[in-house]
Design a protein around this ligand. Sequence first.
Ligand SMILES: CC(C)(COP(=O)(O)OP(=O)(O)OC[C@H]1O[C@@H](n2cnc3c(N)ncnc32)[C@H](O)[C@@H]1OP(=O)(O)O)[C@@H](O)C(=O)NCCC(=O)NCCSC(=O)/C(=C/c1ccccc1)CC(=O)O
Length: 256
Amino acid sequence: MPVTLEVSNHVAYVTLNRPEAMNSLDPESTADLTEIWTRVRTDPDIRVAVLTGAGEKAFCTGTDMKKAPPPTECMAATYLRDGQPVLPHMKMWKPIIAAINGYAVGGGLEMALACDLRIASSNAKFGLTEVKVASLAGLNGTQALPRAVPQAVAMKMLLTGEMISADEALRYGLVSDVVEPSALADLARTYAEKIASAAPLSVQATKQAAVLGLDMPLEHGILYSHLLWGVLRDTEDRKEGFKAFGERRTPEFRGA
Ligand SMILES: CC(C)(COP(=O)(O)OP(=O)(O)OC[C@H]1O[C@@H](n2cnc3c(N)ncnc32)[C@H](O)[C@@H]1OP(=O)(O)O)[C@@H](O)C(=O)NCCC(=O)NCCSC(=O)/C(=C/c1ccccc1)CC(=O)O
């Protein structure tokens, strides 16, 4: 399988599994990802996902440029029918963690930018190198990178196609943690299981408030987050969270 899915303890582990091609995205991988993200979004047992690449060299190097099929119809037809590949299927209120275990290049970095947490191994490298192959970071890269790192850094990366190291990515805030390669999967699991042990509706509402709030004037964002707090106020899980605190026990959340 070009992409694998394993579910354990409410966590979906999604692994790009073509290490021989640096986990680049061929048409089969894109089709698998579409199905897998739909399952992650809709399966109530899944509370959080981890996206990573197989092997020690690459997270994902974007489009498989050797297998990209020549277009069979005009762009307008595919765009208006299907929209973009991959990223819309990652749009969900469940958090996604990118565990970046090597090169995150082109569409690979764009997928990482669509995730909520980004952690990396010390050998990771990050680049939007599309200008070098006469293309454009057309998934979200030209928009998301300048919002994720200082503008001067983003413009340098976008216009020169230069890559940055894991240490630079940490310094610029593109990732939150850098660890030795052997420690990355454990760190991803630790964060994922922490998120999965929290109340699912609370986690999803928090992501929604933070993500949508970024595009709102501050006052609207604050009002919107208060409404979301109100939506959560009457949930069974909030009653359980408060009760468990008083009884000094671990809460049992059901997502209700
Ligand atoms: C990442 C590298 C710098 C690593 O170099 P290294 O020397 O360590 O390893 P290689 O020998 O180069 O790679 C090993 C092996 O993997 C194959 N490989 C690696 N990346 C790809 C790839 N993207 N496509 C196909 N094959 C790949 C490589 O050929 C080797 O195979 P072998 O010869 O052993 O059979 C270096 O690999 C590198 O620079 N890779 C390319 C990175 C890149 O340019 N990525 C951008 C691709 S374009 C893109 O992602 C786009 C996304 C998009 C935008 C909008 C809408 C949809 C998608 C743009 C687009 O599609 O137009």
